[in-house]
Design a protein around this ligand. Structure first.
Ligand code: PHE
Length: 358
């Protein structure tokens, strides 16, 4: 009897002291396992005389039930405690600020596109996109570039293999085909900008066979050259963050605009260093003009009712000027050191209220 009481006291104490389910399992094995104290005592019953065996058997059965119940209660208690401990140790405070130094960087091309979109977005433009592979109609013909037009050669077009009917698809040489797609798909008033990839067979420090442009298009009943000028002057000053940046409109020629103007911004090259701002020198940054009446007609828009302006600029070019990146080819090298140097923090989203870039 005393033995049983000792087993009982020790086992219940061990259960109470167990601090994990693993420890509890060891206590169970020590009491109820094949060689456990209670199991061994049960086996010893056979050696007792019948009267004593009956009394001892009943006591042992009660002890076994008591220990089993106590083990079960302890297991439940420890399970909850362990879960609570795990939840506490893995707790995440979602209100904490995000790690202040993210490892990744935004590529200067993405950053520049975001900045351009932020500026024109503020002016009420929306973003439109079009395919990289175009047909002759959208890339050339509808833009008033007929088959024998010299601009076709100047553009160094990448053609896809000829189809059975003799036509060839092209990698778009500019974002202007999206002007056509938009005018065919929606009615004026139209106010879009189109960032995207463009392709020309050309490769040196300032040309790449794949590069990016942003196209702009505004069509409305009373749109005129003054709107074009105001819009682009405003853009240049916001983008380069120079409030009094001189902007000059120089007569030019594009088949799809009439009149056409190239836009220059003021700069200085004193001491061999290029600085954007008033300085007596000029830098060309974009092409623009009033949409040619034939282009409107090609898109089913009545040039007697609607006018508009369009512009196009090279993203790499304005990024190189703004951020002092000397070689165009480095944009596509995927060099992590370059990206760490010229890239932008992902949490600094360009906006007109928060600032374009830091
Ligand atoms: N598409 C012209 C180019 O690639 C740019 C441009 C767009 C000019 C719209 C005028 C109007 O050079």
């Amino acid at each position: 009897m005393n033995d049983f009481e000792t087993i009982r006291r020790d086992t219940l104490a061990a259960i109470a002291a167990a601090s994990s389910r693993e420890a509890l399992e060891q206590v169970r094995i020590a009491a109820l396992g094949r060689k456990g104290a209670i199991t061994t005592a049960m086996k010893g019953l056979g050696a007792l005389d019948p009267e004593a065996r009956k009394a001892a058997g009943a006591t042992l059965n009660r002890l076994k039930d008591e220990v089993a119940a106590s083990l079960e209660a302890a297991a439940a208690r420890l399970g909850e405690a362990q879960l609570a401990a795990r939840l506490a140790s893995e707790r995440v405070d979602v209100t904490l600020p995000v790690a202040p130094e993210p490892q990744g960087r935004i590529h200067p091309i993405s950053q520049t596109i975001d900045e351009v979109v932020a500026i024109f977005g503020e002016m009420g433009f929306t973003v439109a996109e079009g395919p990289h592979i175009e047909d002759d109609f959208h890339n050339f013909t509808a833009l008033n570039i007929p088959p024998e037009h010299p601009a076709r050669q100047e553009l160094d077009t990448f053609y896809l293999p000829e189809k059975a009917d003799g036509s060839r698809l092209v990698l778009r040489t500019h974002t202007s085909p999206v002007q056509i797609r938009t005018m065919l798909a929606q009615k004026p008033p139209i106010r879009i900008i189109v960032p995207g990839r463009t392709f020309r067979s050309d490769h040196d420090a300032t040309h790449s066979p794949m590069f990016h442009q942003v196209e702009g298009l505004v069509i409305d009943r009373s749109t005129h050259m003054g709107h074009l000028k105001g819009c682009l002057v405003e853009f240049c000053r916001a983008f380069f963050d120079v409030a009094d940046l001189p902007v000059r409109f120089r007569p030019s020629y594009f088949p799809f605009t009439e009149p056409s103007a190239e836009v220059d911004i003021g700069c200085s090259r004193a001491g061999g260093e290029l600085r954007i701002g008033a300085g007596g020198d000029w830098l060309e940054i974009l092409g623009s003009g009033m949409v040619h009446p034939k282009v409107l007609q090609n898109c089913g828009i009545d040039p007697g009712v609607y006018q508009g302006f369009a512009f196009g600029m090279g993203i790499e070019r304005i990024a190189m000027l703004k951020y002092g990146i000397p070689d165009l080819r480095t944009f596509y090298d995927s060099d992590l050191r370059w990206l760490r140097h010229y890239g932008f923090l992902p949490l600094d989203m360009p906006s007109m209220v928060g600032g374009l870039s830091r």
